[in-house]
Design a protein around this ligand. Structure first.
Ligand code: SF4
Ligand code: SF4
Length: 446
């Protein structure tokens, strides 16, 4: 899944806005050019992703929105389009959304959060979209513990809307947005339970974006919620959302959008892009936790990541700086290729500086494999596997170890596993072939 940010223009002033920081940082291009949009669609096609998700700012403010929507709606490679809108846009564009492929997630705030008569515009646009038969899901962001929700019930009931997406607003770092502090999540557990079960009673399907820490709810309430909303059984974990901006910069999600940005063109498909974020960021979920989570069984068994990464940004920044320092030490180690004892000291130093970095561990594992210290290499690979079992190099390096030990069957098994993750990797195919031949030769000798 990937969100396409069409424009940084917005007609709303949501008090919890999580996009403003990123949109302001990247204001070189304030709307996505058609050429870039087509590149994103090609990327989705190659990735066999049949869903297109359009975001902003307010995507309906993009000057070519009609063309953008028509391109996707007329393309058989795509089955569905989700437009995330705040509902404040020129009403004459609403007809674009009346299309069987399109679902509009209409971000809805309490009437008191709208300024300058915008609540009236919102309601008039909603009325009009409903009259056109637009398929609407209401979106709702909880940003305070005593959040109001009766107005959402009224809207769902009045317009007979059957879907709700909700999430909890999280902090941004270069400006202040309203959000629920991590320590206060439990204070709203009862209210959230009541809110969700009331929607369920109305026959409304609700979907949680991101995640909620497990201890937000009492155990008995959580059981009820899982029975009603089975998707909540996935636990307190989130996955990369993947957002692509107007200039094709990509980031994991808004919570940590200042870090680890990459370019769409540098990745062959969505799977590899997702793997990049998983291997470079997701393990931080488990290395940083607030004091109250220290001994929690859900954290220890990796069912709850304790909080959104946005609450861990400062620590992540430190980890990334450590990783950078460790990388520069590895650069020196590479120059010492012929002096193994000195290189070894550098690898040890890098591992001490960035003990949680998967890339440093992986590169060190390769060094140990080359020097024949398979025990240390396997230990590092095991640590990587515990963090991220799909880490790109994991099975390749295990294959190398097997190969060096003349365990050709083991090498083939590991390379095949790697090939399942990277089916187009020609080098892996070659390695499998080579090990098959070596295995047959060995059998001949026996
Ligand atoms: S890990 Fe922390 S946030 Fe998650 S359930 Fe345990 S105490 Fe709560
Ligand atoms: S870190 Fe996870 S929970 Fe936080 S915004 Fe990103 S995807 Fe959502």
């Amino acid at each position: 899944m990937m969100n396409i940010l069409l424009t940084d223009k917005c007609s709303n002033t949501c008090p919890y806005c999580f996009a403003k920081q990123k949109l302001e940082e990247d204001s070189k291009l304030n709307q996505m050019p058609l050429e870039n949009y087509k590149k994103v669609l090609d990327f989705l096609r190659i990735s066999k992703s049949r869903l297109v998700k359009l975001l902003g700012g307010e995507p309906m403010l993009h000057s070519q929105i009609a063309e953008f929507i028509n391109i996707v709606s007329g393309d058989d490679d795509f089955d569905a389009i989700v437009v995330f809108s705040g509902g404040i846009f020129d009403r004459s564009l609403a007809y674009l959304l009346a299309n069987e492929k399109i679902n509009v997630v209409l971000n809805t705030n309490h009437p008191s959060d709208y300024k300058d008569g915008k609540w009236d515009i919102f309601i008039k646009n909603l009325d009009y979209m409903i009259s056109l038969g637009v398929d609407i899901t209401l979106g709702y962001n909880v940003y305070k513990t005593d959040f109001e929700y009766e107005f959402i019930l009224d809207l769902l009931d009045y317009y007979k809307i059957k879907n709700l997406r909700w999430t909890i607003a999280v902090p941004m770092h270069s400006y202040q947005n309203l959000h629920v502090p991590f320590e206060d999540y439990q204070k709203m557990g009862n209210r959230l339970t009541e809110f969700l079960l009331r929607f369920a009673d109305m026959g409304v399907q609700s979907r949680l974006d991101c995640f909620v820490p497990l201890c937000t709810f009492r155990d008995s309430d959580y059981g009820k919620l899982i029975k009603t909303f089975p998707h909540m059984a996935k636990g307190g974990l989130c996955n990369p959302a993947i957002d692509v901006g107007p200039d094709l910069t990509v980031w994991r999600c808004f919570a940590i959008s200042s870090y680890g940005n990459v370019k769409l063109e540098d990745f062959p498909n969505l799977r590899e892009l997702t793997n990049f974020f998983k291997s470079s960021f997701d393990h931080y979920k488990w290395h940083i936790w607030p004091e109250k989570c220290e001994k929690c069984k859900y954290r220890l068994s990796r069912i709850c990541q304790s909080s959104c990464l946005s609450f861990k940004v400062r620590e992540i920044k430190n980890f990334l700086e450590d990783e950078k320092r460790a990388n520069s030490i590895l650069e020196k180690a590479r120059e010492l290729a012929d002096d193994i004892p000195s290189a070894l000291l550098k690898y040890k130093e890098a591992l001490l500086i960035a003990p949680h970095s998967l890339t440093i561990k992986a590169e060190s594992a390769l060094f140990y494999i080359k020097t024949g210290d398979f025990i240390t290499a396997e230990k590092l690979l095991l640590e990587i596997e515990q963090e991220y079992p799909d880490y790109p190099a994991l099975y390749v390096y295990r294959g190398l170890i097997c190969e060096k030990k003349k365990n050709y069957k083991g090498a083939i098994r590991n390379y095949r596993r790697a090939l399942r993750l990277y089916p187009k990797d020609e080098e892996l195919k070659e390695r499998i072939k080579r090990n098959r031949s070596l295995d047959i030769l060995t059998m001949g000798v026996i």
